[in-house]
Design a protein around this ligand. Structure first.
Ligand code: GCB
Length: 492
């Protein structure tokens, strides 16, 4: 639901939930009629400065309006409002599995799967754990006490999960009482480790380089509404060009998208909806509370996914005001307290001035050389970028990902020599950036902005109210840059 949902059952309020893109639920036990139930959801999509992401027209707050677009918002994508994903009614027994947390480690050839089971209050009996797949079942059993149960399953000769080999096991957990199974839940498990060591990002102990995109949940007619065929198509396109990763710019993607990342072996930087955050009043504390809520919700939803290798707590915050650094420190600490197994980052366009990189695990930066900077002058832009990247690494001493770069291209518009808005210029921009990045040993990833053209607000820089930085059009046809990426990424 985007942005704020109020829910009623048979005229009785069930509750509200603020923020889009993350699931929420209400308990309707004892409230359902035998037949003729009416569930009503009212969605409020108003843009306001104390919401996250922020928006709304406010002459005193230049920080929130992006490039004077209409509708006014602190971000560059269309603020689609409504019910974008499925609403489900489901039932559980009174003694039920409430949550599962899975963590995996690797010790030589042995994979270890640590599982924590939380049950509803008052549950008793036995918990059974079964891990299946890749030539051997592993089982464990433990008595259920009020506080939950932990176990570790050891998998000799484990088939590890990773791009190119997305090996999944199936974990089934059962609650058993007096010989009867009272509840059962299954989920896919990928055994893998993620670690930042020095300048490297390690997957299963080996350095990994991210090749991929920022993207949007956006398609003609359906807007941000879940369109499973588009999800499948986007993976097919990413595989065709040889991408191994993406960032969920600038909000958590659908569970269907995430399920396929696990199954197809994509590495995901999982980003909260905190885009365009600013640190002036009014509404600062309210916005920060929402960021904390989103961090808790995204970790709760995606913590068991092998594809998620990093959390991103924000995109391009206006970090120059004093509250920014302590606020991000608090969000970093919160993410780490919820999940010690994954690096935490934020994505910045402030580079060396983004002080929070001092404590974040990976440095993610966006920059548009040859476009917003040095327009039309790619060689000069890329030379400056080379220097800026070295300064960034010298200051923070951490692995660097350029999480956005690129250029708008009108499909079918050509120019030789390459000029801005031509397909040639976009392809040339990507080629020069890619070549530069591969001279920098501390770089661990390049994400082109964007996979596809997408709808945004109206403004002088957005012809047709579209951002045209896609290497595919909005209806998923390749531009020259997509063919180029296929050459660049498939060879390494
Ligand atoms: C950025 C933003 C992204 C915009 C992009 C652009 O830095 O993170 O949301 O769409 O620039 O094309 O201007």
């Amino acid at each position: 639901m985007n942005y704020l949902a109020e829910v009623w059952l048979n005229g009785e309020p069930l509750g509200t939930h603020e923020g889009g893109h993350l699931p929420f639920e209400f308990d309707v036990s004892g409230k359902l009629r035998r037949e003729g139930n009416l569930l009503v959801v009212r969605v409020d999509g108003e843009l306001a400065p104390d919401r996250v992401p922020p928006g709304g027209a406010s002459p005193n707050l230049p920080e929130i309006t992006w490039d004077q677009q209409y509708p006014p918002a602190s971000f560059d994508f269309f603020p689609f409002a409504g019910i974008h994903r499925p609403v489900m009614l489901y039932s559980t027994p009174s003694e039920a599995i409430a949550d599962l947390t899975v963590r995996t480690t690797v010790n030589g050839a042995e994979g270890r799967v640590w599982v924590k089971l939380d049950t509803t209050a008052g549950t008793s009996g036995t918990a059974r754990f079964l891990l299946q797949g890749h030539g051997g079942d592993v089982r464990a059993e433990a008595p259920v006490s009020g506080a939950g149960v932990e176990t570790e399953l050891r998998v000799p000769g484990a088939a590890l999960w990773g791009p190119g080999a997305p090996n999944l096991y199936r974990l089934t957990v059962e609650l058993v009482r007096s010989g009867e199974v009272t509840d059962r839940y299954s989920l896919p498990v990928g055994i893998r480790t993620v670690e930042v060591r020095g300048d490297a990002l390690l997957l299963n102990g080996k350095p990994i380089y991210l090749k991929g995109f920022g993207r949007h949940e956006d398609f003609p007619v359906v807007g941000r509404g879940l369109a499973p065929a588009v999800v499948v198509k986007d993976y097919a396109l990413m595989q065709w060009v040889g991408a191994n990763s993406f960032r969920t710019t600038h909000y958590p993607y659908s569970e269907q998208m995430m399920d396929l990342a696990d199954r197809l072996g994509f590495l995901v930087i999982d980003e909260t909806p905190a885009v365009g955050l600013f640190f002036a009043e009014p509404g600062l504390e309210r916005r920060l509370n929402l960021c904390r809520q989103y961090t808790r919700e995204i970790v709760a939803r995606d913590k068991n996914r092998p594809s998620v290798i990093m959390w991103s707590v924000a995109n391009e915050p206006r970090s120059k005001r004093a509250p920014a650094k302590p606020s991000f420190r608090a969000l970093y600490d919160l993410a780490k307290s919820l999940d010690q197994t994954r690096p935490v980052t934020l994505v910045s366009d402030l580079w060396v001035e983004e002080e929070s990189f001092e404590f974040l695990d990976v440095v993610c930066v966006n920059r548009y050389m040859g476009w917003y900077r040095n327009p039309g002058q790619l060689p000069a832009g890329v030379a400056t970028l080379s220097n800026d990247l070295d300064q960034l690494h010298a200051k923070f001493g951490k692995p660097v990902i350029v999480s956005e770069f690129g250029a708008d291209a009108v499909a079918g518009h050509h120019a030789q020599p390459p000029e801005m808005f031509s397909e040639e210029y976009q392809a040339e921009t990507i080629k020069r950036h890619h070549d530069l990045f591969h001279t920098k040993p501390y770089m661990v990833g390049e994400h082109v902005w964007n996979l596809c053209d997408f709808k945004t607000g109206q403004g002088t820089r957005r012809v047709g109210a579209l951002n045209l930085k896609g290497v595919f059009t909005r209806d998923r046809r390749p531009k020259m840059a997509a063919h180029l990426l296929k050459e660049l990424w498939r060879e390494r």
